[in-house]
Design a protein around this ligand. Structure first.
Ligand code: 5GP
Ligand code: MN
Length: 346
């Protein structure tokens, strides 16, 4: 049906780990997005269907409202709220499956606990440079979502027929959100072969779009307007836009976690803008999101300036300076960065 992307040896090793484990903990990255939850809950449903009784999904912190509808989301253990319960599971489980992250530091405070746990570990991810946290690593950065990798693994393990509607909905959600509803990283024809199969399982893709993308609060919508009208600075000579938001500015919009998601993509709709950066003041840090189009990389700057990383077209990082200092650093570095990559501007 689809080509074999994951190496046979990796499939065999993953299968062995999953089959022999009586208890399994699925963990994903901090600030879980649609793919983090889609891959985690997709695998969760599959494992339940094939008879695994003790399966837990643990996220380092809470996830946005627009993903709360996902099947199985109510069972997720939020590490921030239930760290004792989560620590017990992490320490005593037979197997930890690490989904949609490459290094333990991406799981916040949970990271050290994952390293210390004696459980066997399986990593399935599509970020560059996987760490050596897990004994078995399935890492394919050219695949656009971890959810797609989970689908591929399930099929190659011979469990396509065990994908129920709930599992299919989760996998579809991850594939949809990590490609911006199939508007970037989405040229691989097999993505659509997989979607065909998920639709045949009964997935209502229009409803999932509605649940995820048409779920804004009034505050979030107004924040988008404010950010674009008042806080977006363009650098036309560098085909770049920058949005910055301080904590004080977020306050009147009743800011909730997830409200800034997708904001960084908006300036890319401006003709000529190929690189977009957003800086948002959080409780104890500045969160930076970067997006780019085509071959122009955004992740290199995330590494260079903000101790971050990610994909060519979608990356992020953090800064522990003031917002003003982070802006200054960015504006100072931009001309050289653009010069280095200007041949990639379309
Ligand atoms: P977002 O801007 O949506 O928070 O993140 C986009 C992508 O950038 C994520 O999927 C992840 O790959 C990467 N990313 C975000 N924040 C960080 C960070 O602090 N460190 C690293 N290494 N990668 C990040
Ligand atoms: Mn992902």
């Amino acid at each position: 049906m689809i080509t074999e992307v994951i190496a046979k040896e990796e499939i065999n090793k993953a299968k062995e780990l999953l089959y022999e484990a009586h208890s399994i903990a699925i963990v994903t990255h901090i600030g879980p997005d649609g793919d983090a939850l889609g891959s985690s809950l997709g695998l969760y449903h599959l494992l339940k269907t094939i008879g695994k009784e003790t399966v837990a999904v643990i996220t380092p912190n809470d996830f946005p409202d627009f993903l709360k509808w996902m099947p199985g989301a109510v069972n997720i253990i939020n590490y921030e709220e239930k760290s004792e319960e989560a620590d017990l599971i992490i320490n005593n489980t037979d197997l930890i499956v690490c989904l949609d992250f490459n290094t333990p530091s991406r799981t916040g405070k949970m990271g050290d606990k994952l390293i210390a746990s004696k459980a066997k570990k399986l990593m399935i991810d599509h970020h560059l440079f996987p760490s050596d946290l897990a004994q078995v690593v399935i890492s394919y950065p050219h695949i656009s979502s971890t959810s797609e990798l989970v689908f591929r693994l399930i099929c190659r393990m011979g469990h396509f027929s065990d994908i129920n509607l709930q599992c299919a909905e989760c996998i579809y959600t991850g594939m949809m959100t990590d490609t911006g509803n199939f508007s970037y990283n989405s040229n691989q024809p097999e993505i659509y072969t997989i979607i065909t199969e998920l639709l045949k399982k009964g997935v209502n893709k229009d409803l999932i779009y509605q649940n995820v993308f048409n779920h804004y609060s009034e505050g979030r919508m107004k924040l988008m307007g404010y950010a674009l009208y008042k806080k977006m600075k363009t650098f036309p000579q560098f085909h770049t836009a920058l949005i910055t938001l301080s904590g004080q500015e977020l306050y009147p919009f009743n800011f909730q976690s997830g409200d800034a998601e997708g904001l960084v993509n908006l300036p890319l709709s401006i003709k000529g803008i190929q690189f977009s950066v957003m800086m948002r003041e959080d409780k104890d840090k500045i969160k930076i999101s970067l997006r780019s189009q085509g071959e122009f990389p955004c992740n290199e700057l995330a590494v260079q300036l903000f101790n971050g990383g990610g994909h060519l077209n979608a990356s992020g990082g953090e800064s522990y300076t003031s917002l003003e200092e982070a802006i200054r650093l960015f504006e100072e570095a931009l001309p050289d960065y653009f010069e280095k990559h200007k041949d990639k501007i379309i």
